[in-house]
Design a protein around this ligand. Sequence first.
Ligand code: 6R9
Length: 656
Amino acid sequence: MTEQSPTLDNLLTETRTFPPSEEFTAQANATVELYAEAEADREAFWTKQAERLDWDTRWSQVLDWSNAPFAKWFVGGKLNVAHNCVDRHVAAGNGDRVAIHWEGEPGDTRTITYAQLKDMVCQAANALTELGVRAGDRVAIQLPMIPEAVVSMLACARIGAAHSVVFGGFSATALKSRIEDAQAKLLITADGQYRRGKPAPMKANTDEATKDTPSIEHVLVVRRTEEEVPWTEGRDLWWHDVVERQSTEHTCEAFDAEHPLFILYTSGTTGKPKGILHTSGGYLTQAAYTHHNVFDVKPESDVYWCGADIGWVTGHSYIVYGPMANGVTQVMYEGTPNTPHEGRHFEIIQKYGVTVYYIAPTLIRTFMKWGAQIPGRYDLSSLRVLGSVGEPINPEAWIWYRENIGGGRTPIADTWWQTETGGIMISPLPGVTSLKPGSAQRPLPGISAKVVDESGQEVGRGGGGYLVLDKPWPGMLRGIWGDEQRYVDTYWSRFADQGYYFAGDGAKYDDDGDIWLLGRVDDVMNVSGHRISTTEVESALVSHPTVAEAAVVGASDPTTGQGIVAFVILRGDVAEDQAKGEEAIRALRDHVAQEIGPIAKPRQIMVVPELPKTRSGKIMRRLLRDVAENREVGDVTTLADSSVMDLISAGLQSDK
Ligand code: 6R9
């Protein structure tokens, strides 16, 4: 690495490390040799990973990058994704293995084996065919976290139709624009969904969305809450009428490795959402490979649980495709973590003996806020691997997670990736890596990433800059649906000379060359010429015993360019009036100065009851910037709970 002036100041230093235990290493799927093997011959490495799957026709070329940045992986290969996720496990004699332990929010449960799942997917595939859906068509899915969501996705994959899953909480407008952009032919939805203990309508929302979407020929409706629903004769059909009468036999066709598997919309910073396109062979290879190694899964004995929603890429790759390609048993939970009480997740872990648990830092910090006494009431000793995804995990949250949920013994995989990357890219390997709380550490074997400065030069150890991916990878997006130019512009133009993929994240190397993610580059603050990452200041705040969660923004400042404004949520056990007092705020500001230096001392700290977050748990700093700069708060439609901003504003008013 060449020494260059860093693009981001490297402020917070964290020196705790956690080497793997010998027992874990002895049984781990991943070994340290994987890195050297992938380094020696990337294509041979990925060939071996693709051989995890059943292929109908073998590929003739591993990677065709001749038309970069449009990649083709496993050229000429043919496979059926649903066959790989379901049928082959049944054929191998594992049909009786539980695929899904489903836990409904109101307490109802379902247990579905791989053999039953195969029947359900075949019936749904037959139903979709009867409704005129063909290979190459698009199907929109807006469903709660119920088994039919997984079945619908796999049924689409089985017949070669691309699914476009839309979050259950998204508005009619959001659903409509996604249906229109993909020209979806069918919408699969439910009568209603349970949210925080109460049924809420869903079909009423989707009807609003499909009022004026001529591409939609039918709406297939799963009965979940038994709400009264508006109904359009001829167009609307009940799942239980159409799917359940179908044959459980369905012969699947093999599709090209580059056949579209799904489109998933992710919000751009400006303009309309981008339909991220993923294809079949390379995507499934990466999902299966990463799931096997990062979570160390043993299909015969593990009970895996990913707490994501199916409407997020994490639900696609690490509830549906990765785990199912690997034939594991998993838990799927329908509801919110505090329904009916704050111990719900831990109760589920205890009930099913969950061994691998994968959630977002936002939930970890929520658990911290609720207090360690809650997980303390349950037997969590079955857990052996923990994972984190979605945002940088603050070192303190990492330590809390390991101590209070992982019993002080489990490895934690801090997994960095994006909707666009399809699968995990940067993560420690349990049993191999000495863990550093807060760092995603190294690209996985077979994956290449760098931290570069403005001009695309790699920064040296201790330097900060932009994260780029400098070599194509099998699970990479193949484009933005219907907009090739936007794909090139968004991801490949920033470092066009070098041919790097621009991830949009700030990052730094530590002195060992490990990577630390520092948040989106649009969140970087500039204080008196110092480029400071929001993540580092947030981590310093969260390391104070009174703080559960923090969000930091840069607000324009007449003297320093930007000033640091922090919003903090206090831990459950801290008396609020005491912590809100001037004295306490001063202590917090001093704490930050002490942890990372006076330059990072927040200009202002506000105590708030909640933070604005998207459904995948990402803090929407843009809205907090509006508050910090006394502007009217902007568009809140992608917030999980749009009333949060009112709560924050009301709280701040009453403080004045
Ligand atoms: C999987 C997912 C992608 C963005 C990404 C980055 C942030 C995700 C992270 C992380 C630091 C991690 N992100 N994982 N930042 N450490 N372990 O979240 O996809 O919803 O597309 O978001 O999330 O900023 O660029 P997506």
